[in-house]
Design a protein around this ligand. Structure first.
Ligand code: ATP
Length: 417
């Protein structure tokens, strides 16, 4: 199928166009060929927004990166051999030199060396991720498709490149299922056979849990994770990071519910709720393995261990009654907001209403006065400063204070108390 490059050029947002033009000017000056490759090309053809931009050049990186650093005033981080990345506005931009990979043993990290464009296309995971757009004078001038990626895109097919692909790198199994469900594509028949055969030969055991965990985490961070997770679980018979974790119909319903709800929550790590749903009931040694695989930070570990040690029924009962705003605040203030979102998901009736009130209203109540104001009023430093602020906050939660003036007046009564 013929691709209209003019249309693709027009599809670029002004910000991405700016980046393409900036890099293109450098490539022209240095007489180096520049390409947009992989995911962003696929997404451009599918009319989807891309946030990570991957560029490829056909010559040594150093000179190019030096110019990028000075022209675009960015800090470049060399990520691995022949690749580098930098941040520009909200975009993460990867620049790599065309390279090939040789796997000496299944599951080992590959040996990487400079290569032709075609070799670079062939080292990739799927045909739809092997497309390249040559850039000249800030515009796409040619679509390079060594492996019939456009045909597969049009037919909505995920097709692996290379016979041993899943053995070389079993994270590609997780990637295949993620793309399948994200785009609503199907796996090519032979790709599916290779995938099942690799799983049946226990191919996940050839990789470190961290590499698998990092790819799994990317699936957990998708907008709509349930279909990919269910498929992964079904094919791997109970999980792949640690054995025999059953996803019950109840868990599946919760995952789906969270997929729909998560847009309404302002949380740093929306994926944590999905993680809680899947792994809430596992024993500590299994949980430690998951935590290690996903390289969970202290906070995430604490959230899950806190939940495990909590009497959930008792807690939900304690918030299932008619409560004032301050009573709700008292019951929830020391609980992490991710856990509160989880409680909201699993609760009903009055408990759900109270949790919603906390999430939407109470947790957003802030006071303008600070410890400085209290010290300025002649009060000595000490823990009582915190208690005074807390009293003002509680009055504001009760709806007694509207503005800074009210807060200061109230503080005066607190000081006199
Ligand atoms: P996403 O939209 O999920 O971010 P992406 O296609 O941008 O997907 P990345 O993981 O950012 O994927 O990788 C960039 C490109 O590198 C991919 O498009 C693919 O061509 C290649 N790639 C990534 N991981 C692998 C892998 N495990 N094996 C082979 N090629 C890979």
């Amino acid at each position: 199928m013929k691709i209209d490059l003019n249309l693709l050029n027009k599809r670029l947002t002004p910000q991405i166009r700016g980046i393409v033009e900036g890099l293109s000017a450098i490539s022209k000056r240095l007489n180096i060929k520049l390409y947009l490759v992989g995911g962003p090309v696929r997404d451009l053809l599918l009319k989807r927004d891309a946030i990570d931009l991957d560029f490829l050049i056909d010559s040594s990186l150093d000179k190019f990166l030096e110019s990028v650093e000075s022209d675009l005033d960015v800090e470049i981080e060399k990520t691995s051999f022949l690749t580098a990345k930098f941040k520009f506005s909200q975009f993460v931009i990867d620049i790599a030199q065309a390279r090939k990979e040789i796997y000496l043993n299944f599951g080992d990290l590959p040996q990487v060396s400079p290569a032709t464009l075609e070799e670079d296309a062939k080292r990739r995971d799927f045909t739809i991720n092997s497309l390249m757009l040559e850039i000249k004078d800030g515009c796409f001038v040619e679509l390079i498709d060594y492996l019939k990626g456009v045909e597969d895109l049009n037919r909505k097919i995920i097709r692996v490149i290379g016979k041993n692909s899943f053995y070389d790198d079993s994270t590609r199994i997780i990637r295949a299922l993620r793309y399948e469900k994200r785009f609503n594509f199907t796996l090519a028949d032979d790709t599916f056979e290779q995938l099942k055969s690799a799983i049946s030969k226990n191919v996940f055991s050839t990789l470190s849990v961290q590499r698998l965990g990092a790819e799994f985490l990317r699936t957990l961070k998708e907008e709509n994770i349930t279909p990919a997770i269910m498929r992964l679980w079904q094919l791997t018979a109970g999980g792949f990071l640690t054995g025999d974790i059953e996803i019950t119909p109840k868990m599946c319903n919760l995952l789906k519910k969270w997929d729909k709800l998560k847009k309404c929550f302002e949380l740093d790590d929306l994926w944590l709720i999905s993680l809680i749903i899947i792994y809430k009931d596992i024993n500590l040694s299994q949980f430690n393995l998951i935590a290690e695989a996903l390289e969970l930070k202290k906070l995430a570990r604490r959230i899950i261990t806190d939940l495990k040690s909590l009497d959930l029924e008792e807690f939900l009962t304690s918030i299932s009654k008619r409560l004032s705003k301050v009573e709700i605040y008292d019951r929830l203030k020391s609980i992490d907001t991710h856990l509160i979102a989880y409680f909201y998901l699993i609760s009903r009736g009055k408990a759900k209403t109270n949790l919603r009130t906390y999430i939407d209203k109470i947790s957003k109540v802030k006071i303008t006065i600070t410890g400085e104001d209290i010290l300025a009023a002649g009060i000595a430093e000490g823990p009582h400063v915190g208690s005074m602020l807390e009293k003002v906050l509680r009055a504001k939660i009760r709806g007694e204070l509207r503005n800074r003036k009210d807060e200061i007046n109230y503080l005066k009564t607190v000081i006199l108390d």
